[in-house]
Write a protein that binds this ligand. Structure first.
Ligand SMILES: [Zn+2]
Length: 114
């Protein structure tokens, strides 16, 4: 997935969620994505891009959801917003009971474990 594609997915997700800003994707060698909601950017880990298109899309969508309402923490509202945004992209995730992060991503192409 190219940097342009990553930014396009981020922009369309932001538009879908009704955000007025378009957070900028910064691709980095980092263990996890992070949304800098005060600065208007998010980090996108290289490993997610290398893993699969589905994993990359999940991380982009997850980070964009953090920008809702000026900065949304992991919680019930976050999970429901994230589910709606994932559905927009024909994706679903399975979360662990205690953790908001996906353990599996389900797309039309199959099931991806992360
Ligand atoms: Zn998060």
């Amino acid at each position: 997935m190219s940097p342009q594609e990553i930014q396009s997915i981020a922009d369309l997700t932001a538009k879908f969620l009704g955000l007025t800003i378009r957070p900028k994707a910064i691709i980095k060698e980092t263990s996890r994505g992070y949304a800098w909601t005060d600065k208007g950017w998010f980090t996108m880990p290289q490993w997610a891009i290398d893993h699969s298109e589905e994993c990359a899309m999940y991380i982009i969508i997850h980070e964009i959801c953090h920008f809702l309402n000026g900065g949304l923490d992991h919680g019930t509202e976050f999970a429901s917003v994230e589910d709606r945004a994932l559905e927009f992209w024909n994706l679903k995730i399975e979360r662990t009971k205690k953790n908001v992060y996906a353990k599996k991503i389900i797309s039309k192409r199959g099931v991806f474990s992360i």
